[in-house]
Each structure stands twice: as structure tokens, then as C-alpha cells.
Design a protein around this ligand. Structure first.
Ligand code: HPA
Ligand code: ZN
Length: 319
């Protein structure tokens, strides 16, 4: 029996398995520039975050209708449930779809079809977190928040993803302030490829309650001390870090040192179709490669529920 856990860092578009990509391409009359699923899997060799993002955005072309988003989310929830996920906070990237003429309503209502029945069908509770693409403009993020206003009963929070370096959190101050005023919870990717300073900025300027990745905090002892003191959850994604070459091999991952430092770490899958594993696979991988003890694994699982947006109470960590 896999340990029960919450998944807090999961891009729904990153759960698009090659088989589903081809099935949706056929259904929607979209041509993919790969002969078959084997040829597509061959393309899953990444140099860095950007080389992954290029393929991630390319394959999204097959997602067109509410039914496609329903099928995508339902397939993820079924796999996650088998691996012990009891609660999933799911990122989605509306700007990447709206740029292709797929509306906010199609994305949110399609995802919601699967999420709305997930407790019953899979035993997994869910939240939706809408991400802004940080390599797009602040104005585009504001327009995206505006487009989401009819769907705010379905959306728990906002996040920030895509190419990190050169796009510091402060660029999105205004949209995060507007999101907070709408009662949305706030998270942001920071310190995946970007410097520790981006983690500070996400906390101080955007008022985030969790940091997605946050790996590079380890370069800044003062920042580590602060993250420990303020109990800021970090949503780590070990297999992602290996595939995107943030760490060379899993045995070099700083997770044990981060736990020893007292950081509130969680383990998640990020884009499991691309990075070789779902949440339970990430737990298994860190147990095997990093020698984590059963006590460590229990801490990681407990942290995942403590850091989840499971109640609609006031944010635990005020600005
Ligand atoms: N990092 C940043 N943006 C992303 C990622 C990631 O790992 N996956 C999907 N969008
Ligand atoms: Zn991510």
C-alpha cells in the first residue's frame, strides 16, 4: 500500500501521456510531427527547463475541447489514486490554451468535469491553481485573471510557471495583489533554475504561501533559516530535477540535507508524463536513491497535507 499523500505540484498539461496525445490528435484532426508514441518518447531528452517547455507547449495542440481536458484530468487522477494520492492541487496554464483559441471556459469546465467527480470515482479531493506564464507580460497575466473571473468558484489559487531566469517574481506584483484581493491563494515557482533572490521576492513581493521547487535556497543559508523559521512549504520534484538537469543524478539531490535543515519539504511529480514518474514513483525514487528512512517518508507525506489548501480559512502565513 503506497503511503497516503497530497500532490501539490502537478501541471495537468504535463500529465499528457504519448498514448493519450495520439488519441486526442486523431480525435481532433491534429497532426503531430512524430511517427508514433515511440518516436515521441525519443524526444523526451531534455537539456534544461526551456527544452522541455518547447515540447510541453507543442503537444498541447491536441487539447481542444472540454472532453479533452476531462479525459486528461481523469487519466491523471486515476494514476495518482493508485499511487496513494488522496488530494491533488492541480496547476493549469490558461494562457497556453487561449493563445491557440481555446477559451478559459473550455479549459476550466473541462477540467472541472473530472475534478468534480474525482472524490467519488477516485477517492481524490482536488483544487485548481491557475498559473501565469512568467515569460509572458504582466498585462497578459492581468487579462488572464480577468478572464478567470466567471470561474472563481472553481479556482482556489494562482501560481507562476514557465521559463524562470530573466522573469523575476516582482514582474507580477500587481496581478498577485489583484488575486489576493479576490481571495485567491498564492504560490509561485522560484529557485528551480532561478537564483535564491527569486525565492525571497516571491515571498516578499507576491506574498506566496508555498514555493514551488525552491531547490536553490540551499545556496543561501540566511534564506534557509528564514524558510525554516516561517515554515514555508517547498514543493520539490526530484525526478523533474534530474530530467531537467537541475541535479546531475538523483543520488546528488539535496532533499536529505533540506530535511535535516528543518525545511518543510514535500515530494511531487511536476510533469509526470515527461519526467518518468507520478507522485508514488517520486517517493520510491528518493527512498531508493537517497536512503530516506520510513520516518522521513512519513514526514514528507504529513507535510503534504499540512501544506495543502484543504480549508478555505485565512492563509496560514500572512504577508
Ligand atoms: N517549471 C516551470 N514551468 C513549468 C514546469 C516546470 O517544471 N512544468 C510546466 N511548466
Ligand atoms: Zn512545475
Amino acid at each position: 500500500m503506497p503511503i497516503p499523500k497530497a500532490e501539490l505540484h502537478l501541471h495537468i498539461e504535463g500529465t499528457l501521456e504519448p498514448e493519450l496525445a495520439f488519441a486526442l490528435a486523431a480525435r481532433n484532426g491534429v497532426e503531430l510531427p512524430y511517427a508514433d508514441t515511440g518516436a515521441l518518447r525519443e524526444a523526451y531528452r531534455f537539456e534544461d527547463l526551456q527544452s522541455f517547455l518547447n515540447l510541453y507547449y507543442e503537444l498541447m495542440a491536441v487539447l481542444r475541447t472540454e472532453r479533452d481536458f476531462d479525459d486528461l484530468a481523469d487519466a491523471y487522477l486515476a494514476r495518482a489514486a493508485v499511487q496513494g494520492v488522496r488530494h491533488a492541487e492541480i496547476f493549469f496554464d490558461p494562457q497556453a490554451h487561449m493563445a491557440r483559441g481555446v477559451g478559459m471556459g473550455t479549459v476550466v469546465e473541462g477540467l472541472w468535469r473530472a475534478l468534480g467527480r474525482s472524490e467519488e470515482t477516485h477517492g481524490v479531493s482536488t483544487r485548481l491553481i491557475m498559473c501565469f506564464l512568467r515569460d509572458e507580460s504582466a498585462e497578459s497575466a492581468l487579462a488572464t485573471l480577468d478572464a478567470a473571473k466567471p470561474y472563481l468558484d472553481r479556482i482556489t489559487g494562482v501560481g507562476l510557471d514557465s521559463a524562470e531566469v530573466g522573469h523575476p517574481p516582482a514582474k507580477f506584483r500587481e496581478v498577485y495583489e489583484a488575486a489576493a484581493a479576490l481571495g485567491l491563494r498564492r504560490v509561485a515557482h522560484a529557485g528551480e533554475e532561478g537564483p535564491p533572490e527569486y525565492i525571497r521576492e516571491a515571498l516578499d513581493v507576491l506574498g506566496v504561501e508555498r514555493i514551488d521547487h525552491g531547490l536553490r535556497c540551499m545556496e543561501d543559508p540566511g534564506l534557509v533559516e528564514r524558510l525554516v523559521r516561517e515554515r514555508v512549504p517547498l514543493t520539490l520534484c526530484p525526478l523533474s530535477n534530474v530530467r531537467l538537469r537541475t541535479v546531475d543524478v538523483l543520488a546528488d539531490h539535496p532533499l536529505p540535507a533540506m530535511l535535516d535543515a528543518g525545511l518543510m519539504c514535500t515530494v511531487n511529480s511536476d510533469d509526470p508524463a515527461y519526467f518518468g514518474g507520478y507522485a508514488g514513483d517520486n517517493f520510491d525514487a528518493v527512498r531508493e536513491s537517497l536512503g530516506l528512512t520510513p520516518a522521513h517518508l512519513r514526514t514528507l507525506a504529513r507535510n503534504s497535507f499540512l501544506a495543502a489548501f484543504l480549508s478555505d480559512d485565512e492563509p496560514r502565513r500572512a504577508r
